[in-house]
Design a protein around this ligand. Structure first.
Ligand code: NDP
Length: 273
């Protein structure tokens, strides 16, 4: 009998997860199906209860339900506790295990696919929302020389840096105060690109930068990537690898086998320049 998985969100039509997990299942010979659930706003618990009652084994969670998933879980990983958000759940009887693989997927893409270690590097993270929170612990576990978090709402960057301080060298900054500083890797974890906007990052941060990484995917050369490109950054990337890698982590967590990600990345890649 097939095992059932799904992604839940609202809206959900845009989700690539069924295609990605379908390719992983085929490549690894797993007997499973993977569908989309449009959860009604305010109706996350009812929708997940129904999925479990029908024998569902696990879910991916996307906007706007990542916080609801955290609240629904009975067992949360350290990453979920820290991010306050979950992007994957596994059901084992009465137990609901929650994980957040966004940050691990990002680090895996950067270090493994893009061959860019974070260890000893000066890293700038723009944004302090859900994706940045998910990235905090996996970034610090790589032991960068320093992690600087800049956000439009400075207090959120400050709060996040305060949480991270127990794991490594991390501080917050306003965008204006970045002017005098240089970074080896710069990550755009704001949602500005989704509306074609540029976070107010000074071009000077790219002066010695080796990698500019846009977490949004499928948008081509976003204003952030264009600024980095025009500032001479040698390597640009978007979040397609992060998407594929976080999915592979969830797949391995559910099925006990980690799929190769190259084919998924190839299929979903949109040229950046
Ligand atoms: P959130 O809504 O949780 O956070 C949004 C962040 O963007 C906040 O820090 C907000 O600042 C900042 N922001 C929004 N607009 C602007 C702007 N015009 N200028 C400066 N800052 C701005 O979003 P998420 O963290 O969930 O998502 C962030 C990005 O990461 C999105 O592009 C999303 O697509 C991408 N993502 C990619 C994934 C992948 O697998 N590749 C997975 C998850 C997310 P403030 O606090 O001041 O409001």
């Amino acid at each position: 009998m097939q095992d059932h998985y799904a992604v839940i969100g609202n809206p959900i039509a845009q989700s690539k997860s069924p295609m990605i997990h379908g390719m992983y299942a085929q490549a690894t010979g797993q007997d499973m199906d993977y569908n989309k659930i449009e959860g009604p706003l305010g109706g996350f618990k009812t929708a997940v209860d129904a999925f479990r009652a029908a024998g569902g084994c696990g879910l991916n969670i996307t906007a706007p339900f990542k916080l609801d998933a955290c609240a629904y879980a009975t067992h949360k990983s350290k990453r979920v506790e820290l991010a306050g958000a979950a992007n994957a759940m596994k059901f084992e009887g009465d137990k609901v295990l929650a994980e957040n693989f966004d940050g691990i997927g990002l680090v895996r893409d950067v270090t493994h696919n893009l061959h860019m270690p974070l260890k000893g590097k000066r890293v700038l993270l723009l944004g302090a929302g859900g994706a940045a929170r998910g990235a905090l612990l996996p970034f610090l576990e790589e032991q960068p020389a320093e992690l600087v978090i800049a956000n439009r709402t400075l207090q959120k960057a400050f709060d996040l840096a305060s949480i991270g301080a127990q794991w490594g060298r991390v501080r917050s900054s306003s965008y204006a105060d970045l002017e005098m500083h240089r970074f080896d890797l710069v990550f755009n974890a704001t949602s500005a690109s989704l509306c074609g906007e540029l976070p107010p990052v000074p071009a000077s941060v790219f002066a010695r930068c080796n990698l500019a990484y846009e977490l949004a995917y499928g948008k081509g050369l976003t204003p952030f990537l264009r600024l980095a490109h025009n500032s001479g950054v040698g390597q640009l990337a978007d979040g397609v690898g992060m998407l594929a890698e976080q999915a592979a982590e969830a797949f391995a967590w559910w099925r006990g086998v980690r799929p190769e990600t190259q084919e998924v990345i190839k299929v979903l890649t949109v040229p950046l320049v």
